[in-house]
Design a protein. Structure first.
Length: 297
């Protein structure tokens, strides 16, 4: 397991708890220390040390940020692994990168699988949802681990197709997540803006039982609203980590309309201050044609 952030650490613990020996890698001493006393897990500061400790054929599972960090790890692994070894990318990579990486590793006799992982910080107890892409002959190796990481051996994981398919399915999953989160956020904003003095947490708690819109996202929303001053303590800035953008790009490529997902992505850009220039220009236009006043900072 390469990358001992919170999700990688919990995945390592879940595998070790199921009897799978895990060698964890992270350059951060604190991340390694967090697993120091966990039975079944040995930690290493470098990829080279971890690979050397594993018997062939090896399975190396990456839990790293998409892009240059993952690519740097793969470049190092090319000098450590031998034909027959398998690399699983469990980060949220672009599915096009995953296809390219599978081809590059295959040219060296190495195997590659891309695995979208959902479940966040709760996966250690509840299990993870796993969507992986791999060649048919390599799928059983990934499935053996997926059965241990998923909520149950027979549910919550899927071999989606060839390399790239897993990250593609996870990309669409996250696009749906953007839109669902946006709908909840807008609905609760309307509740707060009403003249009825509504208790938002109480309304959400009621919706959790029997309602058509009950979900885990609603559970998390209600838990947040139940904390006094929770909304006031948070800046109105929402990050986007890439999957929403890739989903909208794919929709454009397919010419498949996804207005809810696209608008949810635009709302995140707005929260990041990306609409400030346009809004200033709108105010200046109104001043220009109608003499309307503008607010100055």
């Amino acid at each position: 397991m390469v990358g001992l952030g919170r999700m990688g650490t919990n995945m390592a613990r879940r595998l070790a708890g199921a009897g799978v020996p895990v060698h964890g890698v992270d350059p951060d001493a604190g991340a390694r220390a967090a697993l120091a006393d966990t039975p079944g897990i040995t930690t290493h500061a470098t990829l080279e040390a971890a690979v050397a400790a594993l018997p062939a054929p090896r399975t190396v599972w990456l839990m790293l940020p998409a892009g240059s960090v993952t690519q740097a790890a793969l470049d190092k692994l090319l000098n450590c692994l031998v034909p027959g070894d398998l690399v699983v990318d469990g980060g949220n990579a672009d599915h096009r990168d995953s296809r390219r990486r599978a081809e590059a590793l295959a040219a060296r006799g190495l195997h590659f699988a891309d695995c979208g992982v959902s479940g966040g910080i709760w996966g250690l107890e509840a299990g993870y949802c796993l969507m992986f892409g791999a060649a048919a002959e390599e799928a059983p190796r990934v499935a053996a681990l997926a059965r241990l990481l998923a909520p149950s051996p027979d549910s919550g994981w899927l071999h989606c197709g060839p390399p790239g398919a897993g990250h593609f399915v996870k990309m669409i999953h996250n696009g749906i997540e953007y839109a669902a989160m946006q709908a909840y956020a807008e609905g609760f904003a309307l509740l707060e803006g009403s003249e009825y003095g509504l208790d938002l947490a109480a309304v959400g708690e009621t919706w959790r039982y029997g309602s058509v819109i009950r979900s885990w996202l609603l559970d998390l929303t209600v838990a947040a609203l139940a904390e006094p001053g929770a909304l006031d303590a948070v800046q109105p800035y929402v990050a986007d980590s890439g999957e929403g953008r890739w989903t909208v790009e794919e929709a454009i490529r397919q010419r498949t309309p996804v207005p809810a997902i696209a608008l949810a992505l635009m709302s995140r850009f707005d929260s990041q201050g990306r609409a400030d220039t346009a809004n200033r220009l709108l105010a200046l236009m109104r001043k220009g044609f109608g003499g309307h006043p503008v607010r100055t900072e």
